[in-house]
Unconditional design. Structure first.
Lengths: 236, 522
């Protein structure tokens, strides 16, 4: 053995025990830890894109009977027809939405619509011998224009028939302007814009849905003042 | 579990509670503040959305908050749900109780109009014989008004009108637009003053307890706050008969808890403070607790159109706002009503709402195009007289979601308010006609009482313990360590937005408390 090789071998023997010891003391590499699944929900994770259900699904009507719905649909078309690129109330699915809104509302508001639609249909049959749903624009104008009023916020007319015509007109316009169909149509001129504001979600779980203590809490017993009072008898 | 006794318990975190917390803690006094609702974090709890993404396309969710006319689908969740905290009413007597229980309360959402009361309000009985004078005058409160105006950064002009005292304002030197100039020309000969609006700028567009008052209190290290603490009643020391804290219910868990303090300050908002006192059976040796409920007449008004603005010159004609302070029953005497009203006046550059035209379809759209940016609004804020019979009491047969008896509200407007509203609309129409403006819509029917969200009274202050609940320092005549620092202490409502007065009274009461505590009288 040449001297150089001997020295290398001696160094190797001296170093070997330490090397071998260190190999024996080292723990086995840890198995990969499970990654908490929540880490996958980070800012880079794409959010699923969803549509509002009423935009893509067939809506089941639940409040207005067919004849009233037909009257409401024609009324909506007359009061808010398509203008320019903007959709009309029918294209914005406003009658179906109002079936949901009014059907969810207190009895007094339901009555304004139910009585008003029945009255309008009866007037049409009496005057033109045709149901309101098949009335012409000119005939509709004859029926509706005498009842149009100007009014300030929270104070719609309280006169019978004028109350329904003006309240329905206001609701139809608001529902249409606030529809997605209106929002996506090009804006030309001074047409009203879809409301777009800061929406506040329920800030902490609501006790009415969370706690058995409150399950017996009833809605307000006198939420709406009676008609005929000097105060406004209808709340939007 | 803590058995600590704090120096002062403050119930409520709005303008009045926030001011009390700021003042007292800055004097080194340890305070505990309870608020019935949660802390709102706009970055977590709110996001901008179009109406079509909401459940009811922006309409108010039916049944949830029928009395809150100010609500809509966007803000529906900020108001107190009337199904959780109901109140009952007399037949045919509606009342709109508009409440916010978020930390900061209604100070998060107020209109920021910032007026002082004048001695036409503080000394109203001396002027016209009705009701009771306050035990203080404008001179007593003026130094506090000035400090409050500084904190809230109120803009305005030194108009020098006695019924609208000058203040510590950031000067508003902007020239009037042409529509307001025309309006002033026709108002002046009729003895009707037109003043610059006075509005709290706050900071970053917000003039709330949560950004102008509570941070100062918290920086002292002397304030402890609890959210979601629904106060059941004040507790009483059996030996002294004095209030010594309160019991409360956790809003979410329904756990019953209590805190102790040497002094109690109620700042829960006029009717909620009174409800707590009624449920505690305290502070009512006079028998007037809950009585003399007042607010301001809102709703009557006129919308006119400025013809010159329709000729393509909106910017020159429109865009500024003014306040017409009360002018009736100042130097003359009306035979139709006592006191008076102010007119909020705005020359709007926005679209006029469609309901102001008796038209539909294409004809309506032509009107909307033609009248765009020409709307001149005149709406009233009228004083409601304080009457004993207008009151609240407990309805022990009805409880809220936490088992606490609810309020029964028994109040209505009288011919004084109805006549005032008619006069306001007739006057506004006269001014519009004289100015050459076209009246589009008008309404002389008041909104239901309470709508203004300016409910005051029910714990009024006065010098006579037999006729009032509080003395001139907002301190109970019956219990020396009990203070009510919100709008409940008003002896008359005035026409003015009450916020500056509530803040000034709370500041004044807090300094009195601090002084009395230092002198060991409390």
């Amino acid at each position: 053995m040449r001297r150089r090789d001997f020295v290398r071998a001696a160094l190797a023997v001296g170093a070997a025990p330490k090397f071998l010891l260190s190999q024996q003391a080292a723990p086995a590499p840890p198995p990969p830890e499970p990654v908490p699944w929540l880490l996958g929900l980070n800012s880079k994770t794409p959010m699923p894109h969803v549509e509002a259900a009423e935009q893509v699904a067939t809506v089941e009507l639940r409040f207005f009977p067919p004849q009233q719905m037909a009257t409401l649909t024609r009324l909506s078309d007359v009061l808010m027809p398509p203008i320019g690129d903007k959709p009309g109330a029918v294209q914005a699915q406003t009658p179906m939405f109002l079936d949901f809104l009014i059907g969810s509302s207190p009895e007094e508001r339901r009555q304004v619509y139910s009585r008003g639609l029945d009255w309008l249909d009866a007037e049409s049959r009496k005057k033109f011998n045709v149901e309101f749903a098949r009335i012409t624009d000119a005939q509709a104008g004859e029926l509706l224009k005498p009842w149009l009023r100007t009014w300030l916020n929270d104070h719609p007319p309280t006169e019978e028939h004028a109350d329904f015509v003006n309240i329905a007109h206001d609701d139809i316009r608001t529902a249409t302007v606030n529809s997605k169909e209106w929002f996506v149509a090009p804006q030309v001129g001074a047409e009203p814009k879809t409301e777009e504001e800061l929406y506040w979600s329920p800030i902490q779980p609501d006790v009415t849905s969370q706690n058995a203590h409150s399950s017996g809490v009833q809605p307000h017993s006198r939420a709406i003042p009676p008609s005929g009072h000097r105060m406004p008898s209808y709340q939007r | 579990m803590s058995t600590e006794t704090y120096d002062v318990l403050i119930i409520g975190s709005g303008h009045s509670g926030g001011m009390a917390a700021k003042m007292l803690t800055e004097y080194g006094i340890r305070c505990i503040m309870l608020n019935a609702g949660p802390v709102a974090d706009v970055t977590r709890n709110a996001e901008r959305k179009p109406a079509y993404e909401l459940q009811f396309r922006g309409f108010r969710p039916p049944g949830q908050i029928e009395h809150v006319f100010q609500s809509n689908g966007f803000n529906a969740n900020i108001w107190v749900d009337e199904r959780e905290v109901p109140y009952t009413l007399e037949t045919d007597q509606p009342y709109n109780w508009v409440r916010v229980r978020l930390f900061g309360g209604r100070s998060l959402f107020w209109s920021r109009q910032s007026f002082r009361l004048s001695d036409y309000e503080f000394k109203a009985k001396s002027h016209d014989g009705f009701g009771e004078d306050w035990p203080i005058s404008h001179t007593d409160l003026a130094p506090y008004y000035s400090r409050v105006e500084g904190i809230f950064r109120v803009t305005g002009a030194q108009d020098g009108v006695p019924q609208l005292p000058n203040g510590n304002f950031i000067p508003d030197d902007a020239p009037w637009t042409l529509a307001l100039q025309r309006f002033i020309e026709v108002a002046k000969p009729r003895g009707i003053p037109v003043c610059k609006q006075r509005r709290a700028q706050g900071r970053d567009g917000l003039a709330s307890s949560v950004n102008l008052l509570l941070p100062d209190a918290e920086s002292t290290g002397k304030l402890t706050s609890i959210a979601n603490a629904v106060v059941r009643e004040l507790t009483v020391d059996k030996n002294t008969g004095l209030p010594n804290g309160c019991s409360f219910v956790d809003r979410l868990t329904h756990r019953e808890m209590s805190v102790k303090a040497r002094v109690v300050g109620l700042a829960a908002g006029t009717l909620e403070s009174t409800r707590i006192l009624l449920n505690s059976n305290l502070a009512n040796s006079s028998g007037v607790l809950g009585h003399y409920l007042m607010d301001q007449v809102y709703g009557p008004g006129v919308l006119a159109s400025v013809p010159d603005a329709r000729k393509g010159n909106i910017n020159a004609w429109m865009g500024s706002a003014a306040i017409v302070p009360r002018f009736r029953n100042i130097n003359t005497k009306s035979d139709k009503f006592l006191r008076g009203y102010a007119i909020n006046t705005t020359a709007s550059v926005e679209a006029i709402p469609a309901r102001n035209f008796a038209a539909y379809g294409a004809e309506l759209q032509r009107k909307l195009d033609e009248y765009y940016g020409s709307g001149f609004y005149m709406t009233i804020m009228g004083e409601v007289l304080g009457r004993y019979e207008n009151h609240v009491r407990l309805d022990k047969g009805r409880k809220d979601a936490w088992g606490i008896p609810v309020l029964h509200v028994d109040t209505k407007y009288t011919d004084n308010e109805f006549n005032m509203a008619k006069d306001a609309v007739e006057t506004a129409c006269e001014l519009a006609d004289a100015a050459g403006f076209e009246v589009l819509s008008k309404n002389d029917k008041p909104n239901p009482p309470g709508y203004s969200i300016h409910e005051v009274g029910t714990c009024r202050m006065g010098n006579d313990p037999k006729k009032s609940v509080l003395n001139k320092y907002s301190q109970s005549h019956d219990h020396k360590n009990l203070f009510i620092v919100d709008g409940a202490q008003f002896a008359s409502s005035g026409w003015q937005n009450p916020t500056m007065t509530i803040l000034a009274l709370s500041m004044r009461a807090s300094e009195y408390i601090a002084g009395e505590m230092m002198r060991q009288n409390l």
